[in-house]
Design a binder for this molecule. Sequence first.
Ligand SMILES: [Zn+2]
Length: 288
Amino acid sequence: MLPKIGPYAFNGLDDYMEFFQRRGLYPTAKNCGYCSIPMYTSTRNRSDGLVWRCHRCRRTIAMRTGTFLSGQKIEMDNWLNLVYYWATETPVKQAIVHTGLKPKVVIQQYRFLRDLCSRKLLATPAALFGGPGVIVQTVERCFSQSKKNGCGQQWIFGLVDTSTKPTRGYLHYVEDREATTLLPIIEENTQDGTVIHSDKWTSYRRESTLHGIADNRHFVNPVGEAYTKQIVDSYWNKAKSKFKAMKGVKREWINEYLDEFMWREEYGKDLLQCFENIIDHIAEIYPQ
Ligand SMILES: [Zn+2]
């Protein structure tokens, strides 16, 4: 049986090359930098099987030069397999067993994909939350890797738009929970006229009056709003289940995991769709 990755079957390096080129991961044409004439592909025993070659000066260039895999040793088939494992939420440990790759390589590629999620989210300005009269609820939850240590300074701040289906939210790791830290995040992510439900509504009101920011948001005490609480809890619980994989994650990586969660909410509800989308987003971010 041919090796399969998701719905795709591959019969040797040529098929991988065809996939990489068709999906815009590798270039389909290249000019020689010295002679400015089109290069042709020729076989040479490297990780990609092919190299670009100039028929005039005989120089060669690796297929992956100038792509997202530039300078890396991982083979196309292993890499594509890893993307599929990541897309289908296979834990790192299992991906290591399945592929036989070194842990370092698997961790590095998973990180690369999470970083892509962050970059895609940054490059795609999301529609602002809320709107006149729309309720956006704030979320402040402790992110602690060990119960013993308590929460310390590890907090995740979020906004959940209660009017959207499926629920749209934004989560970010914050160093502290001062109104001065959180207000700018609220202002950046919500529209004028939004009704912000928050337990800290009094300090937000005070701060926003003091500094003249977010004065077009209405800060309200959320007491008695069981319906919005339910929406927020269900969004948070979904996110929290992902955090289990974050055990032992370095603090500076928390936002990467949060971005991955938000990216999956937007682009990867279905696991196959997740695989297709991350491939497309690599091609977008590393255009050939
Ligand atoms: Zn040349």
